[in-house]
Ligand binder design. Structure first.
Ligand code: NI
Length: 182
């Protein structure tokens, strides 16, 4: 079953999620449905709160191996880099976000085994992005206040359930720059 992905502005995205104590059939079904939802939306990661579930669960697939992370924690971070990032809860929006280049994370998978993963590049970025969701943090919380003001109209549009398309988005952005120069 495909879920509706919650958009920026919906209260469930801001909750601190609860740890998972038992891997039930319901959790397994949810994971399967989250993969269906994420692949359909052409995303590389999805966190449970994005489908309205207030639990510490995230899935990631950057194209090699699907990863299911239950109760994940980042235990080591190093380096910093700024890259464009998007989020399925912000359709059409991409913003530059600073993240650690390398992370080490611990998590439990669906079979109940505990893993430690060392990741860098896109995978490290995806892990940091998805784990933020579990604490009620979204990627625009990590951009500058000035930039957040610049994209205020886009954020408002997303709150109102509109989808930003790249072209429109770029046009709007150009208009904003023109206004600043005038
Ligand atoms: Ni996201």
């Amino acid at each position: 079953m495909k879920y509706r992905i919650l958009h920026y502005g919906e209260a469930e995205l801001r909750k601190n999620c609860e740890p998972i104590n038992e891997i039930t059939e319901e959790i397994k079904q949810l994971v399967s449905d989250m993969f269906e939802t994420m692949y359909d939306a052409k995303g590389v990661g999805l966190a449970a709160p994005q489908v309205g579930k207030n639990i510490r669960l995230a899935i990631i697939d950057i194209g090699d191996d699907p990863i299911v992370m239950i109760n994940p924690e980042i235990i080591k971070k190093s380096g910093k880099e700024t890259c464009l990032e998007g989020c399925l809860s912000f359709p059409g929006l991409s913003e530059k976000v600073e993240r650690a280049i390398k992370v080490t994370a611990e998590y439990t998978d669906l079979s109940g085994d505990t893993y430690e993963i060392e990741a860098e590049g896109l995978l490290a970025r995806a892990i940091q992005h998805e784990l933020d969701h579990l604490d009620g943090i979204v990627f625009v919380d990590r951009i500058s206040k000035a930039r957040k003001i610049q994209i205020k109209n886009d954020l408002e549009a997303i709150k109102n359930g509109e989808t930003l398309y790249e072209e429109e988005y770029e046009d709007e952005y150009d208009d904003e720059i023109d206004e600043d120069l005038e």
